[in-house]
Ligand binder design. Structure first.
Ligand SMILES: [Zn+2]
Length: 680
């Protein structure tokens, strides 16, 4: 028996990774062993003498490399949510090795010949529709990796993949370093002017976490910096904090991402060229619902125009508000949230400090759970004492209507310096049935500011929306009901994957849900109906800003990846020129500026793909109508169709077809414009 817990059988409850026994150095040996094992398995499939069959090739591949999958999922979940220097060093070392491992398999001639032969005979193999889909995915995956190229092309593709893996890792680590290095310590009363209690409490907690106990610290985590920008009356500190936030990945020194980005873009363009595409965007979109860059641009432009118009009106109101309070400076990026909060109060009589006591983290988790109970019959049982990877992580067993085990859900809610910023869903294990019924282990990771010890953690409404969003992804993983890992859960095309998550956000904004779960953290009273009404009436407030912030990032992502020859691109100049071209309002900054655009440069999941949120929104805005038209936001029939065609279907059906099967027709973009408060 081996002493390495990663390589031993996992005897933990639910076969969770044995977190408490794992030391970073265990990963080094585990990766070497697991890669060798996976390699031997795929070689055996490639080298067998038997004629290719679906069973001996595709099913065999689906069953290979299991140990590597377990080790890699454990590692990358930890390196995102709870990293340290040792894990980061291993990540830098292992990322290109994993890329090479993967290239070796995808560029294996014999393996590709077997898959191509099956693909040619696909209509006579007697495959069911799920089998066919998996064969199609394999064929596409090999082709897109360069399996059809000559030897020179293949070897260049392998080098490019390895180098991109290194660059993506370095990019992320640079951002994390910039984020964890920065802190704004609020020393004086003047520094803290205007800050509400909830933010001061969170800032005191952050100070403790960062070893400056007794002080108040603002960090670059969204739930710390955003409320600071909203409330701080100290304009120069707002500017200082905003500039630091906005300059992540762009500061001089070791963590500057400029060269990493230029090289990444050049390599991506070269890869697309090798594969016969005009640009990396064309290559990426070839495997998506949108299909072509023009289709993406058309959608984004359609939203961009009314969004900018609205943002300009919003800005005029902010300037008016500033003038009323005797401030005659122009509205800058660090002023927007501050005056916007004041305008919201004036127009809707709504302020965040009044709202926040009603939005307790625990209750919002309960609301997300109950929504899943009412829609899909799921129940959630919290389990104490499971060996999780950090004391803040909570574990819930998920059961179906009949009490049968569905999976395990982990919730990791609080910001800490060891955690990448943002919010995401991931899987320690995905659902499949090739070895009997394998149930999923899904995690949601957030970056909420933790409440004081013994006190409730309070969220903003945006935080609560993020929680529902990620939980929608979690359900997509948990409810998955397919045979093959290849198409399990969220393994769908990128511009479809945000549908289950964004659709889920709709239930949060329903009075039926909010009035029950939005209760005051001290008195336990339900949110007064007037406040609830004001909250819902203000849903579209500042939507011009939010849409401009997002859409500009999506457009820049597209333009970056349309470059046929990025060469030595000067990122700063490119960003400025492109933003000028589209008429970006100067007082708004992209939601993700290029130097810290993690969606696009931490790996290539969302590269030429940040538009996906908007593409999915065309569907989610329209999809919720199925419940509204039924007159019941938990309508059982609509919920059943939603489960069958979307949440449990994984990547099995064609996305456009499955949407139609759920809704009875294709989505209409008007619903999106209306949802954002723009005239259709
Ligand atoms: Zn999402």
């Amino acid at each position: 028996m081996t002493a390495n817990p990663l390589l031993a059988d996992w005897t933990t409850p639910f076969e969770l990774p044995p977190f408490s026994d794992i030391d970073p150095e265990h990963f080094e040996e585990a990766f070497v062993t697991a890669m060798a094992e996976a390699r031997a398995e795929s070689d055996a499939i490639a080298d067998q003498l038997a004629e290719p069959t679906f069973e001996n090739t595709i099913v065999a591949l689906e069953g290979s490399g299991k140990r590597l999958t377990k080790v890699a999922r454990t590692f990358f979940n930890l390196s995102s949510a709870n990293t340290n220097e040792a894990l980061q060093a291993i990540e830098r070392d292992v990322a290109p090795k994993l890329a090479k491992h993967s290239s070796d398999m995808l560029l294996n001639e014999k393996l590709y010949a077997r898959i191509a032969a099956l693909w040619d005979q696909r209509n006579s193999l007697g495959l069911n529709s799920e089998d066919s889909k998996v064969l199609e995915r394999y064929h596409k995956m090999f082709q897109r990796a360069g399996a059809g190229l000559d030897e020179t092309g293949k070897s260049r593709m392998a080098d490019i993949s390895q180098r991109l893996a290194t660059l993506g890792t370095q990019f992320s680590q640079n951002i994390l370093k910039d984020e964890s290095d920065y802190q704004l310590v609020l020393e004086t009363e003047e520094d803290r002017a205007g800050l509400p209690d909830f933010l001061l409490t969170a800032a005191a907690e952050a100070a403790k976490e960062r070893g400056v106990d007794g002080k108040h610290v603002i960090t670059l985590s969204r739930s710390s910096i955003e409320p600071f920008l909203q409330f701080s009356t100290n304009r120069s500190l707002r500017e200082e904090a905003f500039r630091a936030w906005s300059a992540r990945g762009e500061r001089d020194g070791k963590t500057n991402n400029r060269d990493i980005i230029a090289e990444t873009l050049a390599l991506r363009a070269e890869k697309a060229d090798l594969l016969g595409f005009d640009s990396f965007a064309a290559f990426k979109l070839d495997d998506s619902m949108a299909k072509k860059p023009d289709n993406v641009r058309e959608l984004l432009t359609r939203v961009w125009e009314p969004a900018v118009a609205q943002a300009r009106e919003e800005q005029a109101k902010l300037a008016e508000m500033a003038a009323e309070t005797g401030e005659n400076h122009p509205i800058e990026a660090w002023d927007w949230r501050y005056y916007s909060e004041k305008v919201r109060k004036a127009e809707h009589d709504l302020d965040e400090t009044e709202l926040k006591p009603y939005l307790q983290l625990d209750n919002m988790i309960a609301a997300a759970f109950e929504t899943a109970t009412r829609l899909f019959g799921l129940t959630f049982k919290e389990l104490d004492g499971l060996p999780v990877y950090h004391p803040d992580v909570r574990a819930f067993e998920v059961l179906d209507r009949s009490g049968k085990h569905v999976g395990l859900f982990l919730g990791d809610y609080f910001a800490r310096p060891s955690k990448r910023s943002g919010a995401w869903m991931s899987a320690f294990r995905s659902q499949h049935k090739i070895d009997g019924e394998i149930s999923p282990i899904i995690v949601n990771v957030m970056n909420f500011s933790k409440g004081a010890p013994g006190e409730a953690t309070l969220l903003t409404f945006d935080d609560a929306r993020t929680l529902f969003h990620e939980f929608g992804h979690a359900l997509h993983g948990l409810l998955s009901d397919v045979t093959y890992p290849m198409i399990s859960g969220t393994s769908v095309v990128r511009d479809f994957v945000e549908l289950p998550s964004q659709l889920y956000e709709h239930w949060l904004s329903e009075p039926e849900v909010l009035s029950k779960f939005a209760t005051h953290y001290k008195t336990g009273d339900a949110m007064p109906p007037e406040l609830l009404e004001k909250l819902l009436a203000a849903t579209n407030f500042n939507q011009g800003f939010a849409t401009v912030e997002y859409t500009s990032s999506a457009l820049i992502d597209l333009e970056l990846h349309l470059l046929e020859d990025p060469g030595d691109l000067d990122i700063a100049t490119f960003e400025k020129t492109e933003l000028d071209k589209i008429g970006m309002p100067a007082a708004i900054t992209m939601r993700h500026r290029i130097p810290h655009f993690q969606h696009v440069f931490s790996g290539d999941a969302y590269s030429a793909g940040y538009y996906s949120y908007m593409w999915s929104e065309v569907m989610d805005a329209d999809a919720f109508g199925a419940f509204e038209e039924a007159g019941d936001i938990f309508d059982p029939e609509a919920a059943e169709r939603l489960l069958t065609h979307i949440y449990s279907a994984g990547g099995h059906p064609d996305p456009a077809e499955t949407y139609k099967a759920f809704r009875g027709r294709a989505p209409e973009i008007d619903a999106l414009l209306k949802k954002r408060g723009f005239a259709a």
